[in-house]
Design a protein around this ligand. Structure first.
Ligand code: PGA
Ligand code: ZN
Length: 401
């Protein structure tokens, strides 16, 4: 049983204070740290200020101490009960998710199984491809590109290590390419290159880098984007640094980019409440169309998306919904309806590597967790360890290629 539960305030990769939960049973303990977004969806679980730590700790520990560490559902329902709201506005999604994940990690430690195996059982047998952020702007690097993230997927890599290696090569080549063109660049919140360049230029630079990696290694790397379009939407138009697009123009622009750059992945191409626009684009393109802010890992919103044909892929961020059980429900609903899932970090991250395990347990097609930076590398290196430990697991089959 859970014998004790404490919270402490630690720091994330932006230097912001965030909350860590640690749970204890016998000689075992486990902890989890809350990440934080910059371009958050309106319907996400609420982030409660860390100054409420004592009050929340008192409530949560009183409720969870005594529950079996193996009864994850009971733990998570209890968190929901003591909160009493849909979006955790009482105890905070950040306090809830850390308790929930810390308990799962404690159970895995006690059981002797690694977390991916404890949660995924016999279904945990494939590894996801890393979806790496290589050029970024939007809310993660103001003054850089309008599109928030330019992503790469090393689809030609035969194992996870090689896949991550290919992403690091693309990341490095982009810097060289920028240097060669006299473009000054620095890193944004997720370690992607930020520069005062147009979105078109970003695509061209990445294309050159990808071609270079293919020539050197033979590995095929495809491109993707996270438009984070809610951030561009002014209520009437999508506002880019060099243009303003209506919804119809935005859909046409996305389809054009998908064609021109052979995109494999498009995330949040329209604002978070445009289920119709999402559906229209999904019909028009032949690639992964992923919902982040529109779904917020919430089964009600995912269900609506399924009914309307919005997207074909769901971004999974545990802290958007607040418990592991609800995260699992979102994964299950998505998969039962033929949607791919992508387990994702947040722009504000820490050394906590839990999502690496979740991506394997949930059999995600992709894991979105950057390419470089200690807080991203924590997850990527953990996947390399998992790959070692699983003894040559296969890579997931991407049905879109
Ligand atoms: P966030 O952005 O973590 O800053 O919300 C990441 C994303 O939009 O995928
Ligand atoms: Zn996103």
């Amino acid at each position: 049983v859970i014998e004790d539960l404490i919270y402490r305030i630690v720091f994330d990769s932006r230097g912001n204070r965030t909350v860590e939960c640690e749970v204890f049973s016998d000689e075992f303990s486990a902890r989890a740290i809350a990440p934080a977004g910059a371009s958050t969806g309106t319907e996400e679980a609420i982030v409660k200020d860390v100054s409420f730590i004592d009050e929340v700790q008192e409530k949560v520990s009183r409720a969870l101490v005594g529950i079996s560490v193996f009864d994850q559902v009971e733990v998570d329902e209890t968190l929901r009960e003591i909160d009493g709201t849909e979006n955790f506005s009482n105890i905070g999604g950040n306090f809830a998710i850390t308790a929930s994940l810390a308990v799962a990690k404690l159970a895995s430690a006690i059981s002797g199984f690694p977390l991916y195996a404890y949660l995924g059982g016999i279904f945990a047998k494939e590894l996801p491809y890393p979806l790496g952020n290589v050029i970024g702007g939007g809310a993660h690097a103001k003054g850089s590109t309008s599109i928030q993230e330019f992503l790469v997927i090393p689809v030609g890599a035969k194992d996870f290590f090689t896949a991550q290696y290919a992403n690091t090569m693309v990341h490095k080549k982009i810097k060289e390419e920028m240097n060669a063109r006299g473009i000054f660049s620095a890193k944004g919140d997720e370690g992607a290159w930020a520069a005062q360049i147009s979105d078109e230029m970003a695509f061209e630079i990445i294309k050159a880098a990808i071609d270079g990696v293919r020539d050197e290694t033979g590995i095929e790397v495809r491109m993707g984007i996270d438009v984070a379009a809610t951030e561009l939407w002014d209520g009437e138009r999508y506002v880019y640094s060099d243009k303003k697009l209506t919804t119809e123009e935005q859909i046409a622009y996305m389809a054009e980019l998908s064609d021109k750059y052979d995109l494999l992945y498009i995330e949040d191409p329209l604002h978070e409440n445009d289920f119709e626009g999402f559906a229209e684009l999904t019909k028009a393109v032949n690639c992964m169309v992923c919902g982040d802010d529109i779904f917020v890992t919430n089964i009600k919103r995912i269900q609506k998306g399924i009914e309307m044909g919005s997207a074909n892929t769901v971004l999974i961020k545990p802290n958007q919904i607040g418990t592991l059980t609800d995260t699992f429900r979102a994964v299950k609903l998505s998969k039962e309806n033929g949607y791919d899932i992508v387990v994702s970090h947040r722009s504000g991250e820490t050394e906590d590597e839990t999502i690496a395990h979740l991506s394997v347990a949930f059999n995600a097609t992709l894991i979105k967790t950057g390419v470089v930076g200690g807080e991203r590398i924590a997850k990527l290196n953990e996947l390399i360890r998992i790959e070692d430990e699983m003894n040559k697991p296969s890579m997931v089959k991407i049905k879109w290629i």
